[in-house]
Design a protein around this ligand. Structure first.
Ligand SMILES: [Mn+2]
Length: 345
């Protein structure tokens, strides 16, 4: 059987999940593949939308990670997004869903159950990826990971994983895809931390550039980001913004407006669609009274082509450009009332 790994592309949890599957393929699936066979397993990065809308041809030999449950039966599927729970029926063999901070952490939990030795390195790795994918940062973590430090002589595990992430978050999508895949075809260590070939690619160089980019971006976004008091929401509307320097710092809204409960970002995706990203204040998730996963699911259906979802505290949806004003109004209204009533159909 020619297996493939289909993972969440250009996402650190997607990368780490594929990494763990490659490293522990035989343990996870009770197989006897050789190292060479495992090394050659093809990795494909997809966006959730491509799976949700069935835009990519999957096969029964695919291992699907950190992505929605495919419409078609695949060899194996692992996910931790709430959206997928809505479709949880009797799962076939090798189908796994659980509400967890990260898909990679979930895979590790399963692998530990199946006999993988719980080493110090794996535990630190699991902590770091859980923190990143669940946006479970403290203010101090954000300062350390999103703002340039004086030196990087002894980075923390969390900083190291951010360095890896910066490698496929340049502004060139083709380059990002290429780097993302390249990492997964290296000679993999136990985790990315001990993958020597990865550190030879100089992640720190990418990371320093990313931190400079965040800085420039924050300067530009400062000009138009605003706080809507009534809905307790920070709005960053990029629909008419032609150009911003650098790359986006998704937590800036809550560093700038600590009083906020929510944040929204609207960005033109293509000639038809606007990408809506919604989150709650990561430092005060307790303030989040609206199920953002549900909200995204609903706005994707009401104002878009039907793709939308995520987690309780954060999510995204695609809406049509000409309906994006309405969508924004609907979202702010939902936050103002702090509840959303709808029929999930
Ligand atoms: Mn994930």
């Amino acid at each position: 059987m020619k297996y493939r790994i289909i993972t969440h592309g250009n996402c650190t949890d997607g990368l780490c999940s594929a990494f763990i599957v490659k490293r522990n393929f035989n343990i996870l699936f009770n197989k006897n593949l050789t190292d060479e066979e495992i090394k050659r397993i093809e990795v494909v990065g997809l966006q959730p939308k491509e799976v949700q809308l069935g835009e990519f041809e999957l096969t029964e030999n695919d291992v699907v990670l950190d992505l929605p449950q495919p419409k078609k039966k695949v060899f194996s599927w692992f996910d931790h997004h709430l959206t997928s729970k809505l479709r949880k029926e009797e799962f076939p063999e090798n189908y796994y869903w659980k509400k967890m901070p990260s898909c990679c952490g979930y895979l590790l939990e399963i692998a530990f159950d199946k006999g993988l030795e719980k080493t110090e390195e794996l535990i630190e790795f699991q902590k770091a990826i859980d923190k990143i994918d669940d946006a479970d940062y403290t203010k101090k973590d954000i300062e350390l990971c999103y703002y340039k430090q004086d030196n990087y002589a002894s980075p923390t595990f969390l900083q190291k994983l951010h360095m890896v992430g910066s490698m496929y978050h340049t502004r060139d999508r083709i380059l990002d895809d290429e780097i993302f895949k390249t990492i997964l075809y290296l000679n993999l260590g136990e985790t990315p931390f001990s993958t020597e070939e990865l550190w030879q690619l100089n992640p720190l160089m990418f990371y320093i550039a990313q931190l400079k980019s965040y800085e420039l971006w924050r300067e530009d976004v400062d000009e138009y980001i605003y706080y809507d008091e009534k809905s307790k929401c920070v709005v960053q509307d990029d629909r008419n913004i032609k150009f911003t320097r650098g790359v986006s710092d998704r937590f800036y809204a809550y560093m700038k407006y600590p009083e906020a409960s929510y944040g929204i970002n609207l960005k033109v995706f293509n000639e038809k669609l606007v990408r809506v990203s919604i989150g709650s204040n990561i430092f005060h998730k307790d303030r989040c009274k609206v199920d953002i996963n549900k909200l995204c699911f609903v706005i994707g259906k009401m104002f878009g082509d039907g793709s939308g979802g995520g987690h309780y505290h954060v999510g995204g949806a695609m809406v049509y450009i000409d309906k994006s004003d309405e969508a924004l109004k609907f979202i702010l209204e939902s936050f103002r009332k702090e509840k959303i009533k709808f029929h999930l159909s």
